[in-house]
Design a protein around this ligand. Sequence first.
Ligand SMILES: C[S@@+](CC[C@H](N)C(=O)[O-])C[C@H]1O[C@@H](n2cnc3c(N)ncnc32)[C@H](O)[C@@H]1O
Length: 371
Amino acid sequence: MNLTYPSSLFSPAFSIALAETWDHLAARLHRKMALAASGTCPEKKQKTFSEIDRRENFSSLQPPASSLQPFSHQAVLAEEVVAFLKPQPGKIFFDGTLGGGGHAELLLQAGARVVACDRDPAALAHAKKKLAAFGDRFVCFESNYAEAPFHLVAMGISQVDGILLDLGVSSHQIDTPERGFSFQKEGPLDMRMGRSGRTAADIVNTADLAELVKIFREYGEEPRALTFATRIIRERHHQSITTTLQLASLLAQGMRPGPRHPATKVFQALRIAVNEEINSLESALPQLADMLASQGRFAVITFHSLEDRIVKRFFKKHAVAEIDNPTWSAPKPNPEQLFHPSLPHSVVADAAELANNRRARSARLRMAEKL
Ligand SMILES: C[S@@+](CC[C@H](N)C(=O)[O-])C[C@H]1O[C@@H](n2cnc3c(N)ncnc32)[C@H](O)[C@@H]1O
């Protein structure tokens, strides 16, 4: 069920006053419907959530990681990625999200060549050092992975045997307060993975109400999008919003404690908007699939439903052997088929990995094999 706020019916001032009430009602209704559907007792659920909240708050009280500390990122679903990509001597792989180089290192250890990119110069500098021992079997460059095919072709690489995209941010980026990704650590409201583009502060201080609501709804699936956007616009009349904790506390004001900090989804949404993550993914998938050799393997790790849906639909659309239409007398071969029909599937982390790495909780690996 979709509740749409009838903004055009009222004056702007009254709309803003009404917005919080409207969002509040919509959120309550959604919550009630979800509880009714699951048959869960509200009091019990609230208690469990509060317990989790205490645990999460406790973890946020740990000393903040300094940007000077060594690069820390634990590769997720690493065994599954290696088992699927089957690296071996003579094979060449493209890693479009090099990060700390954890996955790349495993591919290199198996004897393969790895060409990699990342938008983040800090990640590249770290990975270059870490993987230097592999000599010329490892090459990396600074780029959005969506523009990588251009660089690969310029390097004389027109085909690869496997591709890995491990989407999102690295733990190192989140743990570095100066990058502005975390709502738990004070820092400038930046959130750029690369060197250029709008910062989160640019968006928060200049976007109009409609754009903020759209970003929070689409990229954060935030049910209180209108409330938060309205608050931000009101706050901007008094002062610019320039730091992570300033934004986080503005969003948390008056919110009931829950399983997550109230700013979680807004921060995710802003990060996705700042880095144009959805555009990059949508434009990269077909280009990268074109660069896969026959029997080449494509692995994508996603961390939220929005990007997972994009990957799932792309793999599915290009894996069906036949397409049908009610006006046709019989199904026809799919002219857009690229992948083996049997393979596209996904896996999530097992209990052992979940116990070891909290980041793996929301990770999903999707896989496809080129015909
Ligand atoms: C989850 S980390 C990758 C971790 C890596 N697989 C490892 O094992 O250490 C994601 C990395 O992808 C980079 N990244 C995200 N989107 C990107 C894009 N569109 N183009 C290039 N790099 C991107 C981020 O800067 C970050 O370093």
